[in-house]
Design a protein around this ligand. Structure first.
Ligand SMILES: Cc1cc2nc3c(=O)[nH]c(=O)nc-3n(C[C@H](O)[C@H](O)[C@H](O)COP(=O)(O)OP(=O)(O)OC[C@H]3O[C@@H](n4cnc5c(N)ncnc54)[C@H](O)[C@@H]3O)c2cc1C
Length: 218
């Protein structure tokens, strides 16, 4: 049950690079081995990052060691998405800030650990609300809501979460950072020229949209 070999080296290197908590004790690993599904899978360990730099370090090292990571917020997923043989990264503890609210343009910028009910409590006095309303909104947080493309009883009125995501700042699997959102054609063409994984993603997406344009429009 104890991690061995490359996993042990990975966890050792990670511990030296993060400000947050890296937990590998059996109690924590069992605690994070379940979500709201029927599955139980024990993770290698659990990182509770204090900063975005901690998440960067985890992704970068995982890429170097070719080991899987699994981000997690409330762990209320129903199909096992929040459990795996991986380093679980619990973003709910410290990365839970509402960073900016733009009342005029009706958007907010949040970290992944913001719980949906808390976001809506914050927005209510401003006459705003995040539309999609999963029944688990008193614990589900934005990282999981976006990744699961959650919705709820009012989906006919408010749509799915994907209908409301304007832009995302992400850490790619090689540890680099990118911001994705809608683009005009000429800007998309410029971004194709970018080096590394980000440029490769734009090239691939534009190739898919060109090759399958008729199917996508149909
Ligand atoms: C009682 C109950 C009722 C529910 N009702 C609904 C409902 O009405 N509608 C609905 O859609 N779902 C519902 N769910 C399922 C679940 O609660 C939702 O999908 C919820 O939005 C998941 O949020 P979470 O914070 O628990 O995500 P988690 O379970 O922690 O994670 C979900 C997925 O997101 C990924 N993830 C999390 N953060 C990040 C990140 N920062 N970057 C990349 N990936 C990330 C995880 O790896 C995982 O794959 C319900 C669940 C329960 C138990």
């Amino acid at each position: 049950m104890q991690p061995t070999g490359a996993i042990q080296d990975f966890l050792h290197d990670l511990e030296a690079r993060v400000a947050g908590d890296l937990r590998t004790d059996p109690y924590t690993r069992v605690l994070y081995s379940t979500d709201a599904s029927i599955y139980q899978v024990i993770p290698y360990g659990v990182l509770i990052p204090k900063t975005v730099e901690d998440v960067h370090a985890a992704v970068e090292l995982a890429a170097r060691y070719r080991l899987p990571i699994l981000p997690r917020t409330a762990g209320s997923s129903l199909a096992g998405q929040a459990v795996n043989e991986a380093l679980v990264i619990d973003l709910s503890r410290h990365l839970d800030r509402i960073l900016e609210v733009n009342v005029e343009e009706h958007w907010v910028r949040v970290q992944p650990g913001v719980v949906l009910d808390e976001l809506n409590l914050h927005l209510r006095p401003l006459g705003l609300q995040f539309g999609p309303d999963p029944a688990s909104s008193n614990r589900a947080a934005m990282g999981g809501i976006v990744s699961n493309n959650s919705t709820g009883a009012h989906s006919i009125l408010y749509g799915m979460t994907a209908d409301h995501v304007l832009e995302m700042k992400v850490i790619l699997s090689d540890g680099s950072t990118a911001t994705f959102g809608p683009l005009e054609e000429d800007e998309a063409a410029r971004r194709e020229q970018r080096p590394g994984l980000e440029g490769a993603i734009y090239r691939r997406i534009r190739e898919i949209t060109r090759t399958h344009a008729d199917t996508i429009r149909a």
